[in-house]
Design a protein around this ligand. Structure first.
Ligand code: AR6
Length: 168
């Protein structure tokens, strides 16, 4: 019923119930996909984010999508800054799991993720691809009675290559 799809492109353009933002703990915007989402959604997004009191690393919060008309919700999650210890993988997996939990709680049947932590936060692409696929797969197995179509969006070719290597 549910499935995982690899997509080459930006989450901002995805026609889904929820797009995921790779935010920071302030939830007040930044560069990378965070900047692109805030720019596309417009200033009302920042106004709603100001009411959320930030978000801890590994957690997620939800807002409306405002001017991003192809999505209903934005799920803001905060990935770990990569340090190279086991905690990184746990926190990164938690971002995917908590985002999927929020999507389900809000009636979403489709969700598009960027490569959380793989940009500014420095998570190596091959490790991040493994952790994210494992986290999404595990979540879908635990929720085999729900429909959730998960799109893993690769903004750069190198991200797509990292996922493909896992299947080779
Ligand atoms: N459009 C779509 N996807 C993008 C874009 C874009 N313009 N730019 C990057 N990506 P990153 P992080 C993809 O750096 O590593 C921000 O300042 C990128 O290819 O956006 O979690 C936040 O405020 C990768 O797949 O996020 C935080 O401070 C993914 O987005 C910090 O960066 C994540 O890269 C978070 O760092």
């Amino acid at each position: 019923m549910s499935k995982i799809s690899l997509i080459r492109g930006s989450v901002v353009n995805m026609d889904v119930d929820a797009i995921v933002n790779a935010a920071n703990e302030s939830l007040l915007g930044g560069s990378g996909v965070d900047g692109a989402i805030h720019q596309a959604a417009g200033p009302e997004l920042l106004n709603e984010c100001r009411t959320l009191n930030g978000c801890r690393t590994g957690e997620a919060k939800i807002t409306k999508a405002y001017n991003i008309k192809n999505a209903k919700h934005i799920i803001h999650t905060v990935g770990p800054v990569y340090h190279g210890d086991k905690k990184d993988a746990d926190l990164l997996a938690s971002c995917y799991e908590k985002s999927l939990d929020l999507a389900l709680e809000n009636g979403c049947k489709s969700i598009a993720f960027p490569g959380i932590s793989t940009g500014v936060y420095g998570y190596p692409l091959n490790e991040a691809a493994r952790v994210s696929l494992m986290a999404v797969n595990t979540w879908l197995e635990l929720h085999d009675d729900v429909e959730m179509n998960v799109f893993l969006c690769c903004f750069k070719d190198a991200e797509m290559d990292a996922y493909k290597e896992i299947f080779d």
